[in-house]
Write a new protein. Structure first.
Length: 411
């Protein structure tokens, strides 16, 4: 069913008036009460303090009290999905949002859902993150179903709100359920990992990391050695960001390097299958085991490549060990730097670790890999399931808010 047919069935032949956000019959613009306050001057309280994209703080006092829609005036995090927020009760609005609400002929929650499908880019001066002035904002088109019968109009708006809120609530509930399941699985996995990697005195040999590896190196800094994202860049430049859930994951925003840069980095870090990657700078402690020799990617400075002596320690055992709470507690004492933190490679080499016989390492790895796979399946499935529900909500939102334009009515 097309959007036009769907809406015609819902509207049952009633007319739709297209007006704008500047129409004072239906919309109140409550910008006058807005007031920005520097973070250092805010008095802490329980009232939400809204900025362009979200709640920035909780303060004492308020600028508005009621049901409103907040439209980013400048600084929207996304232009394609423009920042629209719904606020109720007492709140504080700074000068980076327009504050609007419906009057007696317009449901404010309906206005919120509708504004989320509006393309605001044509109303921005330079089609970038420029300021959405009030003069441009009030030009945004607004559909009012059955304008001559306010009671019926509000009934139609309320039905649309009911359906869209139900989809939004289902999405929120699903997100909460899956997140709780993921948290429980991770907690269970962490518990068994820590139990399996806790050893009694004399049960295993304790060695420094340096005693069970060939080398510990890192990548190169592009600012000093090469350029990223050149026209001929085909390879991937792996940073801490790409080390996710025990593996290297290439992202849309992953930086690219050309063949010359790859050869230069390879001469420094020389990645191979069986190497363990460890994030030593920024977010310290992420690990990944390289399964196959990399052909078109290498690592950034701050990502450490550990080459285990596999006759002494298994790569996956080492990766699990580096994530265990006891080991993390030990190396966390050596982390330095502010605001960017790092674990010096020299201190990592001195880290004392338990090294059981290889057959026992293999048994531990087999158990932890099963837990890891289960946890990661939920981790990977969570965003996909949420995205599916979000798309379902957006599909029905677009259908329910596809009001016929005047030319469509005439046709």
């Amino acid at each position: 069913m097309s959007g036009a047919i769907f809406m015609n069935k819902l509207l049952e032949g009633v007319s739709v008036e297209w007006t704008t956000l500047g129409d004072e019959r239906f919309v109140e613009v409550a910008n006058a009460a807005r007031r920005p306050v520097k973070a250092s001057l805010r008095v802490t309280g329980d009232i939400p303090y809204y900025g362009a994209n979200n709640i920035q703080d909780y303060v004492d006092g308020y600028t508005h009290d009621g049901e409103y829609v907040l439209i980013a005036e400048d600084g929207s995090a996304s232009l394609e999905s423009y920042s629209i927020q719904y606020a109720t009760g007492k709140f504080w609005a700074n000068n980076h949002v327009h504050v609007v609400r419906g009057k007696h002929g317009l449901n404010t929650r309906f206005l919120y859902h509708y504004l989320r499908i509006v393309d605001f880019i044509p109303y921005l001066p330079n089609k970038d993150r420029s300021k959405l002035t009030k003069g441009e904002m009030i030009k945004v088109p607004l559909p009012i179903p059955c304008p001559d019968n306010p009671k019926k109009s509000l009934k139609i708006q309320a039905e649309i709100v009911r359906i869209l809120d139900a989809f939004a609530e289902l999405t929120a509930e699903l997100t909460a359920e899956l997140t709780a399941e993921l948290t429980a699985r991770k907690k269970q996995y962490n518990y068994y990992r820590d139990q399996l990697l806790s050893f009694e005195e004399g049960e295993v040999q304790w060695k420094t990391l340096a005693e069970v590896i060939y080398s510990l190196k890192t990548g190169l800094n592009p600012r000093q050695n090469f350029q990223l994202n050149t026209p001929d860049a085909q390879g991937y430049y792996v940073t801490v960001r790409e080390i996710q859930n025990g593996k290297v994951t290439f992202l849309e925003k992953t930086d690219r390097v050309n063949e010359k840069a790859l050869k230069l980095i390879n001469g420094r870090s020389n990645l191979d299958a069986g190497d363990v990657l460890f994030s030593g700078t920024g977010t310290v402690g992420r690990t990944a085991v390289i399964e196959d020799k990399p052909e078109n990617w290498n690592i950034k400075e701050g990502v450490y490549v550990i080459k285990p002596v596999q006759e002494k320690i298994l790569p996956r055992y080492l990766a699990h060990l580096l994530n265990s709470s006891g080991t993390v507690k030990d190396y966390s004492k050596k982390i330095v730097g502010n605001p960017v933190v790092s674990l010096p490679m020299g201190d990592l080499r001195k880290l004392k670790i338990p090294v059981p016989p290889l057959d026992k390492q293999a048994r531990i790895v087999a158990i932890l890999d099963k837990f890891d796979a289960l946890t990661n399946s939920i981790t990977d499935g969570l965003p996909r399931e949420i995205e599916l529900r979000q798309k379902q909500y957006e599909h029905y939102r677009d259908l329910l808010l596809s009001f016929p334009k005047p030319e469509e009515v005439m046709a």
